[in-house]
Design a protein around this ligand. Sequence first.
Ligand SMILES: Cc1ncc(Cn2c(C)c(CCOP(=O)(O)OP(=O)(O)O)sc2=O)c(N)n1
Ligand SMILES: [Mg+2]
Length: 570
Amino acid sequence: RAETAPETLTDGFHLLIDALKLNGIETIYNVPGIPITDLGRYAQAQGMRVISFRHEQHAGYAASVAGFLTKMPGVCMTVSAPGFLNGVTALANATTNCWPMILISGSSEREIVDLAQGDYEEMDQLAMARPFCKAAYRLNYAQDIGIAVARAIRSAVSGRPGGVYLDIPGAMLGQIMDGEEGKKSLVKVIDPAPRQTPSKESVARAVNVLKEAKRPLIVIGKGAAYDQSDDVIKELVEKSGLPFLPMSMAKGILPDTHPQCAAAARSLVLKESDAVIMMGARINWLLSHGKGMQWGEPGSKKFIQIDIDPEEMDSNVEIAAPLVGDVGSCAQALIDALESEGIAPPKDWLDQVNTKATANMEKMANKLQNNNDPMDYFAALGVIKEAVNKRPETILVNEGANTLDMCRSIVNIHKPRHRIDVGTWGVMGIGMGAAVAAAVETGKQVLAVEGDSAFGFCGMEIETICRYKLPVCIVIFNNNGIYRGDGENWGGGDDPATTVFVEDSRYDMMMEAFGGVGVWAKNPDELRQAIEEALASGKPTLINAAIDPAAGKESGNIGNLNPSSVVAQA
Ligand SMILES: Cc1ncc(Cn2c(C)c(CCOP(=O)(O)OP(=O)(O)O)sc2=O)c(N)n1
Ligand SMILES: [Mg+2]
């Protein structure tokens, strides 16, 4: 084969890039290193966007958020063993969130791994990845790249989306083959995530439940946001006249200011509703598994569940009307069926919900207009709320405990997929990877509202944000603590047991070190001014917002999940 003229030759490096590009994947989120450094260079040379991070976990979070935003698998590329393991956290988080992502990691040759002969960064990565993802494949031959990439894409986005691992031994990249043969070996995936329509019987069953309901509710989950069937969802909500409760990353499919939004009356609608449509929302810990006092008397409501995965049904509570299919197809089927049944909207119930929601919003509004010194969460979030209301195109990224829980209920979202947060796991450290992906994939301005502890998990990526000059404004709610410190030692003291950070840490100076704009905001007016300038300029900015350490509560709204010790209290 040596006599073949070089220009007709290809190799594993170039076939992998060709396969990704053939399937519309234009961006790789990575950390370069052996054996994938040249792969990244060749990808750039062939016009792909290669975004290099400081740690693979955040490259992986970025890839998974790209998957959530685009319905195409985000690609994270890492070196072997430690780099692969750093990416696995993001791969597992993507799978838990049902976001499509492909982790491509360089690896050692099988024959060395299987004899445990101690290769550079040797690890049986394929075996290690399997428990944390939807599917895992290993490439041994360059001619298989086309089919392997096709399989990885289809596994990532079909059915319930999730993380997929693709293991690429270094030697495979260097394998050569005839250029024409190589081209023929590539596969363009056809219809990787086919629409799945619900059966007529299942739709009729769901309509029967709604016919008897006096106080129905729609809970909209991030699965519905992912589905991008925004108009159909809006039509179902508005034609049915039902109140809707958006889960945090479903906010904005219909604006939080919509007259049927029940977010501000969450306790009322969960307790009093007698039929609940779960739309791309799983009944898991985020909804107390559908049990307990917040759901009213046991058996007091019937559940209709829309999910792409039939096995999700009855996972926590009995589902009276399972609707298996993609959100868009199920919503359309319900619209058609409700129209033919002529079910009247539950006007009295909606008025009751609206009255409660309006009263709660007024109560909250009064708390947001304060100039307390030191600043508290309410005042700081009042500024964030105004800023997003003024620029609804801004994509909000959010993590922390109080910073997360209070922001979720106070800051309105007006557009679909414009709020990205900690997802199903409640993982800290998602923020900077999410901010990079949101800016890179959409080109929009990003506002990342971070607890100071949460920021600590991903803070080094501000250098990545500055290096690519991304339109990201980071606001750190700096209450000097992972929560609030441990009470009696509040103030930092010299007791190492405290969970208090260095008081008044100057995170803003970190940003200036990388050429970004750094601001220390000590009151709502300074915070407002700094955010306004950042969103107007689009410059990478970090605003260090001083928050009263005594504000908020440990673990935000989920402190009840902590086990308690009887002995300690004795
Ligand atoms: C990877 C990881 N580690 C630890 C936690 C536990 N955790 C941690 C460490 C939080 C930080 C809260 O502190 P913060 O400064 O980010 O927010 P507030 O001070 O505003 O509450 S919130 C939370 O659930 C987590 N969720 N994820
Ligand atoms: Mg904090």
